[in-house]
Design a protein around this ligand. Structure first.
Ligand code: MG
Ligand code: ZN
Length: 371
């Protein structure tokens, strides 16, 4: 009887450990997709619920938190400080690309994961050298150094990129054709269109530069670029060691700066479609953490009731109709939502600083651990 009890006890222990190992496996994602909608607060997201014909993909998230977005110096951040916080985990000054408040270079996620052979990608609807994507691979003291940022990209560890900004590679003050340089180094560069996965799957590294500067607006016929690039990036980067990919809906911010409601909403809906692609992939894959957030809000975008005039000339608010108004042509300091899906997603609940996103990704993946 005693022996039986002992065996039973040992068996139970073994089962507990087995379960724990199983749990470790499930909670540690292999891939991370970080989708950033530049200049998007809760009101812009809410607009999808009024103006998108189908249920927004935001509805598919259960784990939701908020970030505080102030930079190291300013209450109201810009995209450079915001993206440096996400990419390198440090708060810095507005305009800084991958450098800390003393202008010292800080390692980015893309640089940090190289020792684990994790593959990496960057996608944007702006120039690929614009502040948000730049912070993931470049180090410059001011964001306007597009040609220097392009040079940083050409020497970086990025395996896949897609966006605009061709002129910063080919029409440079130093007369160097960076696309040629990159091709010579084994990079497959296409400046015409996104390829099918079959065309690029055997390439080492792939880059798409599909506009001289920014990609066209949705309203000017950009089409499905963002969701197709997101799909292509996930398909290309899938490998044994996992991948990290940043996807930016860059122009939601620009609609806000322009106080152009139609521009903002069209870009937001496009971004929501890219979220859909990432979530479809993650649901099927089961081992991918998807995080959706923004660097800051732009425009003081408000979904107010429609102002109308009575016959006697008096104004009133018609609560049966929403209308969009703006309070600024700049950024605002409102808290920004964070949506997470997949292994480790629970860690993104709560209210915390924007640079915590970086630490939470590394805690979830253990990408910087020695093992
Ligand atoms: Mg941006
Ligand atoms: Zn902006």
């Amino acid at each position: 009887m005693k022996t039986f009890k002992r065996i039973f006890f040992l068996l139970s222990l073994a089962m507990i450990f087995a379960c724990q190992n199983e749990q470790d496996k499930v909670t540690k994602p292999k891939n991370v997709i970080l989708l950033i909608s530049d200049g998007t607060g809760l009101s812009q997201i809410s607009s999808a619920y009024f103006f998108k014909d189908t249920e927004p993909n935001y509805s598919r998230f259960q784990n939701i938190g908020f970030i505080k977005t102030s930079s190291s110096k300013e209450d109201v951040t810009d995209s450079a400080a915001g993206a440096t916080a996400f990419a390198s985990g440090v708060k810095t000054y507005n305009g800084a690309i991958g450098v800390d408040p003393d202008t010292t270079k800080v390692a980015t996620l893309i640089e940090l994961v190289q020792h684990k052979k994790v593959m990496t990608g960057v996608i944007a609807t702006s120039s690929i050298t614009h502040a948000t994507p730049a912070c993931f691979y470049a180090h410059q003291v001011v964001r306007r150094m597009h040609e220097d940022i392009a040079l940083d990209l050409s020497k970086s560890d990025v395996d896949f990129f897609a966006g605009g900004g061709l002129k910063f590679f080919t029409e440079r003050k130093d007369s160097i054709d960076l696309t040629k340089k990159m091709s010579d180094r084994g990079f497959y560069i296409n400046t015409e269109k996104l390829d099918q996965i079959e065309t690029i799957k055997d390439q080492n590294k792939v880059g798409f530069l599909l506009a001289e500067n920014a990609m066209p607006k949705m309203q000017d016929g950009r089409g499905d670029f963002l969701q197709n690039a997101t799909q292509l990036g996930m398909d290309f980067l899938t490998n044994d060691k996992g991948f990290f990919m940043m996807v930016e809906g860059s122009q939601i911010d620009w609609g806000g700066h322009d106080n152009d409601a139609d521009y903002t909403v069209a870009e937001l809906i496009d971004f929501d479609n890219a979220i859909g692609k990432a979530l479809d992939f993650a649901e099927k894959d089961g081992n991918t953490l998807v995080i959706v957030t923004s660097d800051h809000e732009t425009g003081g975008f408000t979904l107010r009731s429609k102002r109308k005039k009575r016959e006697n000339g008096k104004e009133y608010s018609d609560y049966s109709e929403v209308d969009i108004s703006f309070s600024t042509t700049g950024h605002s300091a409102t808290l920004i939502p964070v949506f997470a899906y997949g292994p480790g997603a629970e860690e993104f609940k709560g209210i915390y600083e924007n640079n915590e996103i970086f630490h939470k990704i590394l805690d979830a993946t253990q990408w910087t651990s020695k093992k």
